[in-house]
Write a protein that binds this ligand. Sequence first.
Ligand code: BGC
Length: 477
Amino acid sequence: MSHQADINTFLHPFLSSKGLRLSIYNMEAYLNNVRADLSLEDEDLKEMTAKFKEELELGLEKHNQTLRALPTFVYRLPKGTEKGKYLTVDLGGTNLRVGLIELLGSGKFAIEKASFIIPETLKTGSGEKIFEFIAENVKEFLARPEVQAELPLKLGFTFSFPIEQESLSHGRIIGWSKEIECPDVIGKDAVELLQKALHRLGLDIAVEALVNDTVGTLLAQIYRDSRTKMSVILGTGSNAAYVESCANIRKLAIEADHTVINIEWGSFGEDSPSNLPTRWFDRLLDSESRNSGHQKFEKMISGMYLGEIFRLILAEGVKRKVLTRCEDSKSTSKLDLIHGIGTEEMSEFHQAYIEKDYIKCSEIGEGFGIECENGDGLLQFIAELCELISLRSCKLCAVGITAIYRHVHNFDDEEEVFLVAVDGSLYQKYPNYAKILQDMVCSINSGPEANSCKIELVMAEDLSSVGAAAAIAAQKE
Ligand code: BGC
């Protein structure tokens, strides 16, 4: 592993005494540090992939390991022929989606849905309120005449947080992630909580499947294409699921050939710091987080956190007088606030830079609170920072995909393409992310012959609810 460079040792002795614009030299010196901190060499990736595979296999062998590798009780995978109409609820870290899904057979479906932003006020305090919020929005959705006409409907519940399942339709909340902190419902059954909240509003709806968003995405993409073996979410949070042979799940006796495992990969390396090389900004980010000490891999990858890593590095640059604050910037700017800069804004800057729209870059940079005028070198510095942070995220994600691929490879048909369904705002929207991830995965996994990469990533946009519906339908077939 490359060594963490101590940021303090890189201060150039000729720091500008005025504390204003510093020479390109100092910017370059700081950038060199950041480059070293964010770089992951091929050797590092190789080592991490082996460690990831080890942690995954340990998770399949015993309960409560770093990678939980949670069995999902999905024993019948969709065939693509299933039909029927289902009500769906999808609770993510940012949005709640309620939908009416019609599975049409031949891998096709139709969706009618409503989306709601989860209010910040619900993200801390009593978790019961989150379930009340869901129930209220389900009630509103059910009032639509076209939905009324389809009642009664069975409900598929996509829940994008760790759950220890007891059956396909029951599971206890292990903990929250993505900066939600509602401790009172931890250990409780997510389906019962939802069912009770629905009953309180007089809604008598049976929840028939509970799936993590990775599992929903995987099942939906299997419904569309049976060659799909894995799913990855790269959104507010990050995680992966895959189809596992039950014989490999030694911690549980299952009488079925295959099932789906929700890895909960966000916690990779959590208990063995040497498996995951964190840097000063990762540690700072973790210490200020609501789930400090947890989800360290996710915190280096996902959309909830990349903007914050970016902010921490920029703010440190200001502190070190490598960067200058806007003169008209108020005493506190986005740079001073935890999560003050979102990945969306970082992505917007990066996109503008790629498009050579330097005026827009300056405007966005000044919005962060950084003096960007007359700053060609400065814009380049910020753009490179965006690139380094997003590239590290891509590399770590490629490590996870490769480790899973190598784990399942021995029971997979070697000739067949290995489809990975990928969804999430980071993957969908961050400039070049999808392409770089595909290239990276292939460069790690190609054999000596040209075009020998079997792993193909497919965009599975907003499919997690479809998978919850397919989970119910597949059990009936
Ligand atoms: C959660 C996972 C989820 C992922 C993607 C993580 O924070 O722990 O359960 O699948 O985010 O939404």
